[in-house]
Every structure is written in C-alpha cells, then in structure tokens.
Design a binder for this molecule. Structure first.
Ligand code: UTP
Length: 295
C-alpha cells in the first residue's frame, strides 16, 4: 500500500532554552538570532513555504512571543518605509508576513524534549502526514531541503528524514541510522538510535532537523517515554514506526549548518554573507583579511 497524501502542514519546535547561546538567549529566543538579514525561524519558514506548505505550526514556550510577532503585519513600519520610498525594504518586510489563517500556535509548557514538542502539535496536525523543521538546521541550496524531501516522499511514501555523514567521534550528538539499502542518494532505514556512543553507532549517517512523518508517530509519542538525556526523543518514537511503515533517509543537496552551536552559527553567517549580492565581495575581503592575521 502506498497511500501518498500531500504534505500541507509543518511543525516548527521553538520552545527550547537555547542554553548554548547564553547570555544572548536569556530573553531573546535562539530562533530569532539572525543569519545575514533574517532570523533562523524565517529561513526555515521560507524553506517550508517554497515547498508548498500551507499551515505553519509553531510549538512555542515562555519568552517566545517575539517569534509570532516577527511574522505579523507591521502597519507603522510599512507606512514609514513607503513614505521614505524604501520599496526594497518594504518588499522584504511584506515577504516576512504569514497570511491570515496560516499560522497556528501551541505551547510546550516545559522543554521535555523534541518528541514532546512535536507531541504538543498533535491536535493541530490531526490525521495527516506532516513535516517538522528545526530552525537550528539551516541548509543553503537553490532547491530547499524540504522540497527535495517531498520529491522523495512523492516517490516512496512513508516517512523521510534528511541525513548527512558525520565523523564517527560525533555520533553521540545525533540521531543515527541503521541502514538497510543505500543507493548513494536515498537509504532505506531499518533502525534508528539517538546519540549512540561511537563504538556502538550502526553507521555514521545522522539525521538532521528535517522530517516528513506519518501521523501514527503520535501513537508512540503518547507514551511520554524518556530516552537519551532523559528527554522525550522524537527518534525513539520514529524507531518504533519502523517495520510498520516505510522509512527513508535522503542525502540532500546543499550546505548544512548546525546553527544550534556557536561555530555552526558563525560559519552560516559567513556563508550567507559571502553569497549576498550586496555585501558578498566585502565579506570576502574581511574574511581574507582576518585569515591573513593568522598566517
Ligand atoms: P535543541 O536541543 O538543539 O535546542 O533543540 P535547545 O535545547 O533550545 O538548545 P541548547 O542545547 O540548550 O543550546 C532543537 C530545536 O527543538 C526545539 C528548540 O527550540 C530547537 O528549535 N525544542 C527542543 C523544543 O521546542 N522543545 C524541547 O523540549 C527541546
């Protein structure tokens, strides 16, 4: 049976504490930190919009109101930009608005883990397949990562995760795949382990923060079982779906930046700065200048 229903909804878990960026994230949500001219959350929102997502579900928490404000209509700002003839900026501001009836909010009262954050969206997702995008993971590519995954999903159905190869010594930081078949582009998955020790990791292919999931995953998240780090892990619930449903990993095209870490965040800012038509050449001069200081 290959019942391929369209992916119309995306869940954005944004209720984490962002402790790796303290004190920057004492009051400001981590997901509002900017990569070049737009915050992390807008990068992933745009990726989802380009992939045809119609409903955007934010799982927010305390001190996270700024995230929903960011996507709202800002009349005074728009009027001022219009009066000053700043049409480019006005366009950028308008483009960051989520149209009426498309943004849905739910709250995760305590950051009990990614699996729990996704569970909080259960009612809003309902009985249909959906996407999950983590704003920590930014992928720079002309065709967005979620779009690539939807293409794989339209072919294979079931569940699809974005994957990339990592160094074996780093397996303890990620969800890792146990691979059944691998054609170099798509892998079929027979097992999933969250944060295994390097010696016990079944492969070095790690899941990064993009998922297409079938609604049955909620049956397992309902159990509220804790796993690695004493958190309710999404990977553990997905692992239980294996055998019952198809699971594929997609080696996506594009540069991936782990913006949940300070190093990945800085690297992403350099990469997006270099790719920016207005400032790219100057960013390159700056980077080369600094590199020269260390030679
Ligand atoms: P992380 O574990 O990387 O984020 O979760 P964190 O806990 O906020 O960051 P650190 O490790 O303390 O620095 C990845 C994504 O999942 C969300 C986060 O907001 C982030 O976007 N998340 C995580 C939740 O919404 N709820 C949780 O309980 C955990």
């Amino acid at each position: 049976m290959n019942d391929i229903r369209p992916i119309r909804k995306a869940v954005f878990p944004v209720a984490g504490l962002g402790t790796r960026f303290l004190p920057a994230t004492k009051v400001m949500p981590k997901e509002m930190l900017p990569i070049n001219d737009r915050p992390l959350i807008q990068h992933v929102f745009e990726e989802a919009r380009e992939a045809g997502i119609e409903e955007f579900i934010f799982v927010t928490g305390r001190y996270k109101e700024m995230l929903e404000e960011h996507f709202d209509f800002q009349p005074e700002l728009e009027q001022t930009l219009e009066a000053r003839g700043k049409t480019d900026m006005l366009q950028k501001v308008r483009d960051s608005e989520i149209p009426a009836g498309r943004l849905f909010l739910t709250r995760q009262p305590r950051p009990l883990g990614l699996g729990h954050a996704v569970w909080c969206a259960k009612k809003l997702v309902g009985d249909e397949p959906f996407a999950v995008l983590l704003p920590d993971d930014i992928i720079q590519n002309p065709t967005g990562c979620l779009q690539q995954m939807i293409e794989t999903y339209n072919e294979k159905g079931g569940n699809v995760v974005a994957v990339k190869n990592i160094a074996r010594e780093d397996t303890g930081k990620y969800g890792i795949l146990d691979i059944d078949k691998d054609d170099g582009h798509t892998v079929s998955v027979k097992g999933l382990v969250e944060k295994p020790e390097p010696a016990k990791a079944p492969s070095t292919l790690s899941i990064i923060g993009r998922y297409i999931l079938q609604p049955e995953v909620f049956e397992y998240l309902d159990a509220f079982e804790t796993g690695a780090g004493n958190e309710i892990q999404l990977t553990d619930a997905m692992a239980r779906l294996l055998g019952r449903q198809q699971f594929h990993g997609l080696r996506f095209d594009g540069n991936h930046f782990d913006c949940g870490s300070r190093l990945g965040f800085i690297e992403a800012n350099i990469a997006y700065g270099l790719a920016d038509l207005d400032i790219g050449a100057d960013v390159e001069k700056i980077v080369r200048g600094h590199a020269g200081n260390f030679e």
